[in-house]
Design a protein around this ligand. Structure first.
Ligand code: TYD
Length: 213
C-alpha cells in the first residue's frame, strides 16, 4: 500500500475546479501535508506534448482516447506512483474518470475498451493506482458554457456543443453511481464561496485526523 494520498478533481469544462484545487492545496499544506499538483492530459514532458496534440489537432475518437491513455501511463509510472510512494498528497486536475465521461459519455466509445485500458494503464508497482477521493464539480452544461465564454478561448474539445457536454455530465453521473465512496458530487452551480464550503465539509469529513498546524 502506498503512503500518500491521491485526490482527483473532475467536472465539465467551466465547472470552476481550478480555483478549488488551489484552495484544497492550501488546506492540506496548512495541515502539514507535502502537496504536489498535477494534471491530465499532461503531467509529464511527454504527456504535455501529447496534450497539445489532443487539444489542438483534429483526430478520431479512438486516436484521442489512445493518446490520452498513453500520456496517463507515463504520468502514472513517472510521477503519480513515485509521489504516492514518497508519501505526498497528490492533487490531480482530472484523471481516468474524465476519459469515461468525455470519450465514453461524450464521444460514445465502449466502456469495455475504457475498462481494459484503465486496468493496464493504472497498474502500478504496488497495485492499482487510483484516487482515494474524487471531487466531481457538477453543474448544467449551459451554465458551464456561459462561464467558459466569459473566461477564455475554447480549445478543440471546448468547442463542442451543449449536447456533448450534457453527455459528458451524464458520464460523470454514471461513474459516480458506480463508485459512490470515492466520487463525491459537489454542486458547482453556486458562488465560489458556496462551492468551497461544500469542498471543505467533504475534506473535514474524510480527513478528521488532520488539524491546522
Ligand atoms: P482541462 O483540465 O479542462 O484544461 P483547461 O482548464 O486548461 O482547459 O482539460 C482539458 C480538456 O481535456 C478538457 O476539455 C477535458 C479533456 N479530457 C478528455 O477529454 N479526456 C480525458 O481523459 C482528460 C483527462 C481530459
Amino acid at each position: 500500500m502506498s503512503k500518500g494520498r491521491f485526490i482527483s478533481f473532475e467536472g465539465i469544462d467551466g465547472a470552476g475546479k481550478s480555483t478549488h484545487i488551489a484552495r484544497v492545496a492550501d488546506w492540506f499544506r496548512t495541515r502539514g501535508a507535502d502537496v504536489q499538483w498535477s494534471r491530465e492530459p499532461g503531467g509529464t514532458p511527454l504527456a504535455e506534448t501529447l496534450r497539445e496534440l489532443v487539444l489542438g489537432r483534429p483526430m478520431g475518437s479512438l486516436t484521442e482516447l489512445l493518446l490520452i491513455f498513453a500520456g496517463r501511463r507515463d504520468h502514472v509510472e513517472t510521477v503519480i506512483a513515485p509521489a504516492l510512494q514518497a508519501g505526498k498528497t497528490l492533487l490531480c486536475d482530472r484523471f481516468t474518470d474524465a476519459s469515461f465521461a468525455y470519450q465514453g459519455g461524450g464521444r460514445g466509445l465502449p466502456p469495455s475498451v475504457l475498462d481494459t485500458l484503465a486496468d493496464w494503464v493504472q497498474a502500478g508497482p504496488e497495485g492499482v493506482v487510483e484516487p482515494e477521493l474524487t471531487l466531481w464539480f457538477d453543474l448544467p452544461a449551459e451554465q458551464a458554457a456561459a462561464r467558459r465564454a466569459s473566461a477564455r478561448e475554447a480549445d478543440r474539445i471546448e468547442q463542442l456543443d451543449l449536447d456533448f457536454f450534457e453527455r459528458v455530465r451524464a458520464g460523470y453521473a454514471a461513474r459516480a453511481a458506480q463508485a459512490p465512496q470515492r466520487i463525491v458530487r459537489v454542486d458547482a452551480s453556486g458562488s465560489i464561496e458556496d462551492v468551497w464550503a461544500q469542498v471543505q465539509a467533504v475534506l473535514a469529513a474524510r480527513y478528521p485526523e488532520l488539524r491546522p498546524c
